[in-house]
Design a protein around this ligand. Structure first.
Ligand SMILES: [Zn+2]
Ligand SMILES: [Zn+2]
Length: 161
């Protein structure tokens, strides 16, 4: 389940190449990095580093762990990915070509439900304005339990009673 994409003028690869070239010390866009960016942006998904590494392993992609770590940091810096902290876990989410959104996170099964709500945007705009603060974006995380986990819990309860 994902939100409708936002139209962008460049592909994530082009955008990242440009970012690397425009750094104070320009860097080369390596084949491993291109593979990694293509893999990450092939479909919308939230992932942590371990999941990504396992995924790359399954896909038989030969990208070193160090390259994965370094590239993730650069992708965040380039505005292509966004980091979301959920307790001790850090999850990456598409930022480029994807609308700003919030998350409901199930603490039992890890499901992340994306949503947008105009009233939240309006409230945050107002708060920022009151503080003369220029917002670059937001990503609310609401922790709790999802419908499936709630249903499982009440089914168990019915069984016990
Ligand atoms: Zn759940
Ligand atoms: Zn998301």
């Amino acid at each position: 389940m994902s939100l409708p994409a936002v139209a962008v003028s460049q592909t994530p690869e082009e955008r990242f190449r440009e970012f690397l070239a425009s750094r104070p010390k320009p860097q080369r866009f390596t084949d491993q990095q291109r593979d990694l960016v293509a893999h990450i942006f092939a479909r919308h998904k939230h992932f942590d580093t371990d999941e990504l590494l396992a995924d790359l392993d399954r896909a038989k992609k030969n990208i070193s762990r160090a390259t994965v770590y370094r590239t993730l940091l650069k992708l965040v810096e380039a505005g292509l990915l966004r980091r979301i902290e959920i307790g001790v876990r850090t999850v990456y989410d598409h930022d480029y070509g994807y609308p700003q959104h919030e998350h409901l996170v199930c603490e039992r099964c890890g499901t992340m439900i994306e949503f947008q709500h105009p009233a939240i945007d309006a409230a945050l705009r107002q708060v920022a304005a009151e503080h003369n603060f220029r917002s670059d974006g937001h990503s609310l995380v609401v922790r709790g339990t999802c419908a499936d986990c709630n249903a499982a819990t009440s089914a168990r309860r019915r069984l016990v009673m």
